[in-house]
Design a protein around this ligand. Structure first.
Ligand SMILES: Cc1cc2nc3c(=O)[nH]c(=O)nc-3n(C[C@H](O)[C@H](O)[C@H](O)COP(=O)(O)OP(=O)(O)OC[C@H]3O[C@@H](n4cnc5c(N)ncnc54)[C@H](O)[C@@H]3O)c2cc1C
Length: 450
C-alpha cells in the first residue's frame, strides 16, 4: 500500500522520444502529475542533435512540414513556453549530371523539367490531374499503389525510377507498396485532413502555385524542438526516469493500472505508450488476437545516413534547401544543414547529411554504395571530407503502405493511449508524431481522464 502511494502518478508516459515528450508536456500543463520512463539514458529518441568533432549532427536529415498551421504549431501555441525558431527549408532540387534543377511542384515547372522527356512530362501532368479528380470523387480511389495507378500511362523506366525514389522518401516503401494518396499528400497537393470537393479546388490551385513555405528547419538543429518542449515542462509535477525499460503493462479487467519496469512498479490513472506498436503485445497479454495480428502487419523501414563534415564550403552545395539524386542503385536525399544554421559546422566548413533507405540487411555494402553514389553525384566532395559519421535508424515506426491499418491512439485497453508515428497516418515524422499526440489528447478529454 505504501509502495503504491509512493509510486502513484496521474499519468505515466512510456518513451521519451518527441511523441512521449510532447505528451508529457501537454499533460503536465493540464495539471497532471506525470512520470515519463525512457529505456535509454538520453531524451529525444530520433529527434536529437549531438556533437561530433566540432560538427553537430541530427539523427538524420530533417525538414519539418506543416509548420504554418499544422499539429506541431498547434502544440507549440498551446503548451510551449520556450519556442523553437524555424528557418524556411528552402527549395527541393533534383541533381542530374552534376547540375541542379528545382523539383517540379506545379504543372508549369513540370513542363520545363527536362530531366524527363516531353512525353513523360505530359504523362505525369495527366496522372496528377486524374489522381486529384479520382480522390475528390471517391475517398478510396487512391488506396491502390502508385505503381498500379501509373501503369495505364505506360511510363518510361526513368519516370518509374523517380516515382520509386519519391515513394521511398515519402512512405519508406517502394512505389508498388505506397498508396497513391500518400504521394499526393506528402507533396502537399491534397490535404489528408480534407476529402471531397474542397480538396479538389485547393489542389487545382496548388497545381499552379505550390511551394515549401510551410516547411522549416529549427535553429540549433532538430534537438532544439525536443529541448524547447522539455524546458517548457513544469518541473514541479513531472519525473523523468531514464535508463529504465517498461517491461509490462499492469491491466485489470481491461483497465490499465500502471506499468512494471526492469527496476520498479508504478501506478497511474492512465498510460501513454510511445514505443513501437508492434512491440505492444510483448507488454500485455490482454490484446485480442485480431488486434495483435493487425499490429504485426506494420512494416518498419531502416534508413542509412552518412553525415559528411567538409573542410570548406563547396560551390556544388551552396544552395538553401535539399537535393534528391535518383540515378544509380542508391538514391539519396541530402541537406547541407550548415547552410541553414552555420553553427552546426566549424567556421568556414560545411556539414551535409545524405540519407537513403536500406532495402536489405547488408549494411557494409549499402554504406559503400551510398558513398560511391555521393562521389559520383558530387565528385569534388571526396577530397574535402574531414568527418564521416554513419547512422542507421528507423525513421517512422510504421511505413504507410497498401493494405496496412495503423492502430488508433485509443487502444482497446481502457485508459491506455498510443502515440507515435505508427498511430496516425497523416504527414510524416515529427508532424505525424504531433498529430498522434493531438488525437490522443482528444480521446483523453472525451474519456474525461484530463
Ligand atoms: C534519417 C531520418 C530522417 C528523418 N527525416 C524527417 C523529416 O524530414 N521530417 C520529420 O518530421 N521527421 C523526420 N524523421 C522522423 C522523426 O525523427 C521521427 O518520426 C520522430 O522523431 C519519432 O518520434 P517518436 O517519439 O514517435 O519515436 P522515437 O523517437 O522512436 O521515440 C520512442 C522512444 O521510446 C523509447 N522506448 C521504446 N520502448 C520503450 C520501453 N518499453 N520502455 C521505455 N522506453 C521505451 C525509445 O527508447 C525512444 O526513446 C526522420 C528520422 C530519421 C531517422
Amino acid at each position: 500500500m505504501t509502495k503504491q502511494r509512493k509510486n502513484k502518478y496521474d499519468a505515466i508516459v512510456v518513451g521519451a522520444g518527441i511523441s512521449g515528450i510532447l505528451s508529457t508536456l501537454a499533460l503536465s500543463k493540464e495539471g497532471k502529475k506525470v512520470l515519463i520512463i525512457e529505456k535509454n539514458n538520453i531524451i529525444g529518441g530520433n529527434c536529437r542533435t549531438y556533437e561530433n568533432s566540432g560538427y553537430h549532427v541530427d539523427t538524420g536529415p530533417h525538414a519539418i512540414t506543416e509548420l504554418t498551421q499544422g499539429p506541431l504549431k498547434q502544440l507549440i501555441n498551446d503548451y510551449f513556453t520556450v519556442v523553437p525558431r524555424f528557418f524556411p527549408i528552402g527549395n527541393y532540387f533534383v541533381r542530374d549530371k552534376n547540375k541542379l534543377q528545382e523539383f517540379p511542384l506545379t504543372l508549369i515547372q513540370l513542363a520545363k523539367f527536362d530531366i524527363l522527356p516531353k512525353r513523360e512530362r505530359l504523362i505525369m501532368s495527366s496522372a496528377m490531374i486524374d489522381a486529384v479528380a479520382s480522390f475528390s470523387l471517391n475517398k478510396g480511389a487512391l488506396d491502390k499503389s502508385i505503381y498500379e495507378f501509373m501503369k495505364k500511362y505506360k511510363p518510361a523506366k526513368k519516370t518509374l525510377q523517380i516515382i520509386d525514389t519519391i515513394s521511398y522518401f515519402l512512405s519508406g516503401r517502394s512505389m508498388k507498396e505506397t498508396p497513391t494518396w500518400r504521394i499526393l499528400g506528402g507533396s502537399g497537393y491534397i490535404n489528408e485532413n480534407i476529402k471531397g470537393k474542397k480538396n479538389h479546388l485547393k489542389t487545382l490551385i496548388k497545381f499552379t502555385k505550390n511551394d515549401y513555405s510551410s516547411q522549416g528547419y529549427p535553429l540549433g538543429g532538430i534537438q532544439s524542438i525536443t529541448d524547447c518542449a522539455v524546458n517548457s515542462i513544469p518541473k514541479n509535477n513531472t519525473t523523468f526516469n531514464l535508463n529504465e525499460e517498461t517491461i509490462s503493462l499492469i491491466v485489470e479487467n481491461n483497465v490499465i493500472k500502471g506499468v512494471r519496469t526492469d527496476k520498479d512498479v508504478y501506478y497511474s490513472d492512465f498510460v501513454i505508450y510511445s514505443g513501437f506498436m508492434k512491440n505492444l503485445p510483448n507488454l500485455t497479454k490482454e490484446l485480442t488476437e485480431d488486434y495483435t495480428k493487425e499490429l504485426a502487419k506494420l512494416h518498419q523501414t531502416k534508413s542509412l545516413t552518412i553525415w559528411l563534415g567538409l573542410k570548406k564550403k563547396l560551390q556544388e552545395l551552396s544552395y538553401i534547401g535539399s537535393e534528391i539524386y535518383f540515378s544509380g542503385n542508391t538514391p539519396y536525399w541530402a541537406i547541407p544543414v550548415s547552410n541553414l544554421d552555420a553553427h552546426l559546422a566549424p567556421k568556414n566548413k560545411q556539414l551535409v547529411g545524405f540519407s537513403t533507405i536500406m532495402k536489405e540487411d547488408d549494411q557494409e555494402d549499402k554504406i559503400n554504395e551510398l558513398r560511391q553514389t555521393i562521389f559520383t553525384a558530387i565528385p569534388n566532395i571526396k577530397k574535402n571530407i574531414e568527418l564521416e559519421h554513419i547512422q542507421i535508424t528507423i525513421p517512422e515506426k510504421a511505413a504507410v503502405s497498401t493494405g496496412v491499418k495503423f492502430p488508433s491512439p485509443k487502444s482497446p485497453i481502457k485508459n491506455l493511449y498510443l502515440v507515435g508515428t505508427d498511430t496516425d497516418m497523416r504527414s510524416m515524422g515529427i508532424t505525424r508524431a504531433s498529430y498522434s499526440v493531438i488525437e490522443a489528447l482528444k480521446f483523453m478529454k472525451e474519456d474525461e481522464v484530463i
